[in-house]
Each structure stands twice: as structure tokens, then as C-alpha cells.
Design a protein around this ligand. Structure first.
Ligand SMILES: [Zn+2]
Ligand SMILES: [Zn+2]
Length: 249
């Protein structure tokens, strides 16, 4: 299994990177976490688009997580794409990925299926858990088992028990880190590095990769290094992800 960070910014693109998108290349599947602008780089890595089905997990519909969806039309995934979304968000997704904004899902050059998780998670060919996180709109985190490894993905959330549960003993926990040390905002919940590290520590995860560094709080890569150092004081096996970074299992 290989994990490739295609976009690691939160909120908007800057010189530090594109908005959030992560590719998990498993033996039988390609799994994509969120669809920020980094999504357009998928075909740099999925060169043979006839080889595997693609599963795209959307955590929520805030635009920094979905505004890469208008690039879906450039791909030709002949084995189809399944888009997994939080409960109750199907009509909003269909409104967004449609005329007059972009090519409708039904008009893409490959078949697309939508599953609302957790109810329809049993239709996936690999084991998945989906749990609600704490954010401004309905947001779900995921725990995915493939090739004998567990990866958890907890974007856009305040510290919560569900994020710890999803990350329990994960080989790799991926969390957001929108805020810097000491920052928090109860009316717009996000994690700072110490809270991200606390989740990985309490979950007894093997490693933590932090993503979704808000463009406003982390304008330079040196800000990411500061957050990485702060997180490592709580959970030493932490990295601050960068666009293009790869992790092999
Ligand atoms: Zn976000
Ligand atoms: Zn959000």
C-alpha cells in the first residue's frame, strides 16, 4: 500500500500546496480521501485508469474538500468510481456536481455510484467504519482496512471520542491540523497540533500524519514544521505532510 498526499492545505491553495486530497493505492483499489484541488493530480499516479475501481470518500461538503470535483471529467476510470458521503448529503452533492457549475456525475465518461455511509458501507469490497466528527456542518471521519493495514482519516473536527475510536491502533492516523498551538474556536471546531497528537496517542496509533494546514494559520512551510514539533512533544511519531509526500507500507 502506498499513500500519496496530493493536497495538504486547508481552506485555499497557496504556495505551500493544494487543498486537501489523499490517494491510497491498495492492491485491488485506489482510494481517495476528499476532493480538494489536489484531486486533479490523480492521473499523475493512476496512470493505467483501466486497472482498478476508484473509491472516493468525502468527509463533508465544505468547498475546500469538494472543489476539485469539477476535474472528475478529465479522468477515464473504466472500472468506475464509487463516491462515499456522509448521511443526508446526497442531494447537496448532486446539486453541486451538476449544471450550471460543472459536468453532472451522470455525464462523466465512466460510471459513478454514490453510497451514504455508514448505512451503505456494507456494499464496499473492503472494511470501512464511518463516524460523525465535530465540525460546523455534517462531517464524517473514516477508518479503512486494505491490504492488511488500517488507515484512519479525521479531517475538519474538534477533538472528539469518535476521532480516537476511528484511529484506534491504526497503522496510520491522518488528522487535520488547521490551527496552530494554543489556537481553538468552539464556534468553528478544528484541531491544533497538540489535539491532533492527543488523538493519535489515545488511539495508540502507530504513526500520525497531519494534513489540512489552514492557509491562513500556516502561510509558510516553516509553520508546518513548528506544528510538527509541537505535536511530536505529545506523540513523537508524527509528520506534517506536504504535497507530493509518499508513505509506503
Ligand atoms: Zn476544510
Ligand atoms: Zn470544513
Amino acid at each position: 500500500m502506498k499513500i500519496i498526499f496530493l493536497g495538504t492545505n486547508g481552506w485555499y491553495d497557496t504556495a505551500t500546496g493544494n487543498t486537501i486530497c489523499i490517494l491510497i493505492r491498495a492492491n485491488e483499489f485506489d482510494i481517495v480521501l476528499d476532493a480538494g484541488i489536489g484531486l486533479h493530480k490523480l492521473d499523475n499516479y493512476i496512470v493505467n485508469q483501466d486497472e482498478k475501481p476508484v473509491y472516493l470518500f468525502l468527509s463533508h461538503l465544505h468547498l475546500d474538500h469538494v472543489y476539485g470535483l469539477h476535474t472528475l471529467v478529465k479522468f477515464h476510470f473504466s472500472r468506475g468510481m464509487t463516491i462515499c458521503i456522509p448521511p443526508g448529503t446526497k442531494s447537496a452533492l448532486n446539486l453541486l456536481v451538476n449544471e450550471p457549475y460543472t459536468v453532472p456525475l451522470a455525464g462523466l465518461p465512466y460510471p459513478v455510484k454514490i453510497l451514504e455511509l455508514p448505512e451503505e458501507g456494507g456494499r464496499l469490497p473492503f472494511k470501512t467504519e464511518a463516524k460523525a466528527l465535530v465540525h460546523k456542518s455534517v462531517t464524517f471521519g473514516y477508518r479503512i482496512a486494505a491490504d492488511g493495514f488500517i488507515v484512519s482519516y479525521c479531517p475538519d473536527t474538534g477533538y472528539c471520542a469518535n476521532a480516537v475510536s476511528l484511529s484506534r491502533q491504526a497503522d496510520l492516523a491522518i488528522t487535520e491540523c488547521a490551527y496552530k498551538s494554543g489556537q481553538s474556536n468552539e464556534s468553528w471546531p478544528h484541531l491544533n497540533p497538540e489535539e491532533a497528537a492527543r488523538i493519535a496517542k489515545e488511539a495508540k496509533a502507530a504513526r500520525l500524519a497531519m494534513v489540512h494546514f489552514a492557509a491562513s494559520t500556516h502561510p509558510a512551510l516553516s509553520d508546518r514544521r513548528e506544528s510538527e514539533n509541537a505535536a511530536r512533544r505529545v506523540f513523537p511519531n508524527t509528520i506534517a505532510a506536504l504535497d507530493g509526500m509518499e508513505i509506503d507500507f
